[in-house]
Design a protein around this ligand. Sequence first.
Ligand code: NAD
Length: 457
Amino acid sequence: MASTSYAVIDPTTGSPLIAVEQADVAQTDLAVEAAHRALDHWRRVSPADRGRLLRGFADAVGEAIEELAALEVSNAGHTIGNARWEAGNVADVLHYYAAAPERAFGRQIPVAGGVDITFQEPLGVVGVIVPWNFPMPIFGWGVAPALAAGNTVVVKPAELTPLTAVRIGQLASEAGIPDGVLTVLPGKGSVVGERLVTHPLVRKICFTGSTAVGTRLLATAAPQVKRVTLELGGKSANIIFADSDLEQAAASAPGAVFDNAGQDCCARSRILVQASVYDRFLELLEPAVAAVQVGDPGAQATDMGPLISAEHRDRVGGYVADDAVEVAFRGTAPDGAGFWYPPTVVLPHAASDRVWREEVFGPVVAVLPFDDEAEAVAMANDSELGLSGSIWTNDVGRALRVARAVEAGNLSVNSHASVRYSTPFGGYKQSGLGRELGPDALEAFSEIKNVFIATER
Ligand code: NAD
């Protein structure tokens, strides 16, 4: 199959930005073989030098924050403030894992007749498959620990958003990361993505994307017992108890779901409000939603840009057009060119409604009341997804009880912060498999080898 080119669209205007070559299966094989050849050298680079190279790469990204942020504003419609944070996050994650090669300690385990030690060995070639919603951070979360652990990496960015990944790949090379150690290969999921999963020299796939593609990928990886990390969809609950600071809970709820136009796996897209404060909460929420500034993502004051594509906007709109859905109130959005959709608050009739159960992945939030703590936990857990969630209460005992009871990987109390490069991130149930970030991510990119040395013959 010959390679083809793909017109990358600016979602703010709907106009083509640039054509990007898409790799075919033969080019994917060449990239994997080059990554395999680079392994022997990269795994032998001394820990201190590997750390130095990663710090150089981190600095190169740090110096290019403005350039990368501008690219993401035009390719993905992210607000300039978010895009700067996202580029900075890549630099931070690289810095964090640059310290890891010199700290990849094994263990010495007491045994009879000798010395027993463990080593963390690289897996080999790692394929990192990235979605379109956070092209930069998710690139970094896979690539940084994989390289630190001595693996070589082939990254497949999403079809819609390859531009920052391609540029970060060039920065790696300019910073001295050797050829073949990190390759960025734009292409289709069904071509490049599939081939990374089936290629026998790729020992691990680090995938972030939809639960539908992730489950299929897991099955495709099974015959080779290929290691897989999956970061999949979310339908996270924002649980608001009557004893919370209701003003703060309402003021922060729009940001928790409309950030990145709701195209966020951690979006708190289900708001559960204790019945005794339900009406008051909606009264406070309405002006907070009206205040969300939707418009030119390059402008400093903008809170929310466009959706990624016309097709995605149709999909999001389909949830609101559903007969079962009552729109409580909406914010505003520009007319005309670009894939705009206003922040929208809906009141489902029941917890069985599609908009309450499925990941909309757009600026739509559904609100339902609950009576007591037990019902709040049961409603939050009544989902096959379990990525994030927030709990608003001023009772510390309740905060901890509910945080322990909600089946999700990342919970925040009186806050919506889910992601820090130094803490683990990942999902329960069908939201994923494995954890990224934090002190343990290296283990997901290493084999533990046990070696016994006899001291007695
Ligand atoms: P997607 O599953 O359509 O695509 C993700 C990536 O997989 C893309 O690069 C795509 O080209 C590739 N792909 C598609 N088919 C493939 C195949 N058969 N084999 C291998 N690769 C294939 O997801 P998307 O629409 O780009 O992203 C949105 C989804 O990602 C949402 O469900 C969101 O919740 C999820 N997400 C999860 C996290 C998390 O950390 N849990 C973070 C961000 C996004």
